[in-house]
Design a protein around this ligand. Structure first.
Ligand SMILES: Cc1cc2nc3c(=O)[nH]c(=O)nc-3n(C[C@H](O)[C@H](O)[C@H](O)COP(=O)(O)O)c2cc1C
Length: 201
């Protein structure tokens, strides 16, 4: 499968079967996804990997407690056998950008000085690579925001308090019988000509 084909085939999946991913699949995907570029070659993205019914249930108990589940539109999302959350570690970037070849950037002292928080950029790049690799594996995937739950998820799973995540990925085998597109997904894709500004905006 080419990158072109993977991009064309990728759609967000919000309904999964309970079938496990199989030994080594996540390790392989994560190892390859980490080939994305990282600012200053910091490689400052680490992953919280929750796999199997107990770990995944602990995630949903933390981020979507049972009393909030009755109106949840995608119950099949909760069946995914794995949740992967990439976290960028700001301190890795500060240390790297304080090194001799980067110190002139002035970004080595304080995360608040960064016009773009590259730890989140790098984590988002990895998340995108994972979404394409998942297509190649004939699996499904939903990237979703943690919104106000980032802190409780961090604390529940002992993630360092400084770590920041662009969002989580539910990964598994799509339940083709119960796929239910979101209202967002029904929005038509904007024509390329309306988003590309050649020469000037
Ligand atoms: C930054 C970001 C946040 C998203 N958050 C959610 C989310 O919280 N819940 C969800 O179901 N989908 C979420 N999505 C998936 C989008 O709704 C989806 O990508 C979009 O509707 C286009 O559909 P497609 O991925 O099938 O092409 C998110 C996607 C991105 C890139």
């Amino acid at each position: 499968m080419s990158v072109n084909e993977a991009l064309a085939a990728r759609r967000t999946c919000r309904s999964f079967t309970r079938e496990p991913l199989g030994g080594g699949v996540l390790d392989r995907l994560l190892d390859r996804a980490r080939r994305t570029p990282t600012a200053g070659n910091c490689q400052g993205v680490e992953f919280l990997v929750l796999e199997g019914p107990d770990e995944v249930a602990a995630f949903w108990d933390t981020s979507l407690p049972s009393e909030k589940r009755s109106g949840f539109p995608w119950p099949g999302l909760l069946l995914a056998p794995a949740i992967v959350i990439p976290f960028g570690l700001p301190e890795v970037y500060l240390e790297r950008y304080g090194e001799e070849d980067k110190v002139a950037s002035g970004l080595g002292a304080d995360a608040a000085d960064w016009p773009v928080p590259y730890w989140l950029t790098d984590a988002a790049f990895v998340a995108m690579a994972l979404q394409l690799l998942v297509v190649e594996e004939n699996l499904g995937c939903c990237f979703f925001g943690l919104f106000g739950n980032e802190g409780v998820v961090r604390r529940r799973f002992d993630v360092p308090e400084s770590a920041r995540s662009p969002g989580a990925l539910a990964i598994g085998h799509p339940d083709h019988e119960h796929l239910r597109p979101s209202t967002s997904a029904s929005r038509p894709r904007r024509p390329t000509a309306s988003v590309v500004h050649n020469g000037r905006w």
